[in-house]
Design a protein around this ligand. Sequence first.
Ligand SMILES: *[C@@H]1O[C@H](CO)[C@@H](O)[C@H](O)[C@H]1NC(C)=O
Length: 378
Amino acid sequence: MAPKGLRLLPLTLMFLLLQAATANPRHENVIDRCWRGRGNWAANRQRLAVCSVGFAGKMRQNRGAGVTPYTVTDPSDDPVRPRPGTLRYGATVLPGKVWITFQRDMHIRLAQPLFVKSFTAIDGRGADVHIAGGAGIVLYEVNNVIIHGLQVHGVRAQPAGRVVRPGGAVQTVDVGDGDAIRLVTSSKVWIDHNTLSRCEDGLLDVTLGSTDVTVSNNWFHDHDKVMLLGHDDGQLTDRRMRVTVAFNRFGPNVNQRMPRIRHGYAHVVNNFYDGWRDYAIGGSMGPSVKSQGNLFIASTPDSSNVTRRMPAGDAAGKEWHWHSVGDSFENGAFFHQMGSRVRPNYNRHQAFPAASSSVVRSLTKDAGALRCSARSAC
Ligand SMILES: *[C@@H]1O[C@H](CO)[C@@H](O)[C@H](O)[C@H]1NC(C)=O
């Protein structure tokens, strides 16, 4: 007679399969499931705003009757007097709340950094939009910003020059760093489904007291320094920085900073790490990290340590709290835990269930800018 456990096995399996099928038929993550697959997504673009999770919370302020829809029809860029129809006109100059879409596929070379206003959503769905070969995107002292569906690559530091800022003032900006997207003292920001690669400096920098940020569903590849959370060790305002990094795909061909965090707190959950050279998650100044349900695949035995703790003088921070819950490790990858467990303490608008690391490949398979047609499911 078969042991009891064995007889129960098929039943248990059936139950688990059934549960998986009803809970998440396409293995979509909780953000995508909220809006994708609806044939009418293009008729209700602003639905996206309530699909965010993590520290950014819901982006409810970006939707509703008071929001001006704006269509980019002109890929040119004048950094001082942007013409109506250009991205810069909609993202920097147009007053009030704005939801920006793109009329067709386009390649925009920004002559100077694009300063995005508060209450602005840049929504690349339905078009193939490249911000490439010029300056990057800057969020400077703003809040309630969504950046979705862009391909940002080949960003280079531009010579100092004049550029219009939100509110209309024209200002001279210094030579930039060549970051794809940089947040400076900004909060409530959601960066979702973008493809970022091959820039001169970082792909995503969250700096100078920025907080309440969610970085989700992005694909970061072919780049050295991927994501910086906290610009320098002396920046104590970054102690309040809280960032959620979820459902992203890192790699191939990435070296470090996925992310690199100073001070602050990062919840790094359900990401797919397709190899790294120096390290995956690093930091200094005693930041806290909860790494949960990620899949870490080391590229070589020499680069198998997920974590890197940077020495930074005496003040390197005694309060290091880095822990790993339910992560999966392949090819020898390992996570060096330290300190105790610190929870994200999400409120009900931010909280979301972390999935098992065993489904991370499928949860992240559409990471990056999506190719969707306005007439069909996305
Ligand atoms: C992995 O990295 C951590 C953080 O830098 C370090 O403390 C630990 O010693 C490393 N482990 C190995 C085996 O190299």
